[in-house]
Ligand binder design. Structure first.
Ligand SMILES: [Zn+2]
Length: 101
């Protein structure tokens, strides 16, 4: 597998994960628990990473390039149950599966 993308935060990683899935590409998120730990500040801040199969890498890059295009306003919804931020394109909270609509 190859590392495709390093996201600035977990919702961004999941948004790209869903975007890739919509394009028919299976990706995996690593480091997704790295920012956990209530009341604990990690010494090194680890960002979530998306990895894809080598064979999918080239196609996945084009999805990432579109994903990174600026201009598309992205609003955020806060989950009423767990308080996590979700892109407003999500119907369900990525964290706890609560309906966001
Ligand atoms: Zn939630």
């Amino acid at each position: 597998m190859k590392r495709l993308y390093t996201a600035g935060n977990l919702p961004e990683a999941y948004l790209l994960l869903h975007t890739l899935k919509a394009a028919g590409i299976e990706a995996r998120v690593f480091n997704e628990n790295a920012q956990g730990g209530v009341g604990e500040l990690p010494f090194t801040h680890t960002y979530p990473e998306l990895w894809v199969e080598d064979a999918e890498y080239a196609r996945a890059r084009t999805v990432v390039e579109q994903f990174e295009q600026p201009g598309e306003s992205s609003a955020w919804l806060r989950c009423s149950r767990c308080g996590e931020q979700n892109p407003d394109s999500f119907d369900f909270c990525w964290h706890c599966s609560e309906s966001l609509t």
